[in-house]
Design a binder for this molecule. Sequence first.
Ligand code: FES
Length: 142
Amino acid sequence: MGTKTANWDDETAQDILRKKATLPGALLPVLHDLQARFGYINADFVPEIADALNLSRADVHGVISFYHDFRDRPPSGKIVKICRAEACQSMGCHKLENPVQDGSVTVEPVYCLGNCACAPAVMIDGKTYGRVTPAKLKELLS
Ligand code: FES
């Protein structure tokens, strides 16, 4: 999900919620749309989602924290997704964690970016890069 953060706006969020609330299993489509629109799902909006879908707040929080693609606060800095699936693991993706530990980026694991032939792969703000070394990653982030 190559999302950018937009300012949260309750009215737009309500619109999204209204449009999807009647679907069977509406929770995931609602969360996906909110995440795609704003880059996160405002934790303050969880009670409204829960009420509209007849769920408990704990249910909604549980789903948001279960899926790596969802977050309940705006990400800080660039969003770096490091692939942790098999091909990238075998090419040493774990070595890419260190260069991004400086707090100015949001790091998320993903499981295959569809770029296995060029493992290890990362995605930075929605753009995929292959054969990434720790040095190359540092360069991409600077
Ligand atoms: S396993 Fe990493 S891109 Fe497919």
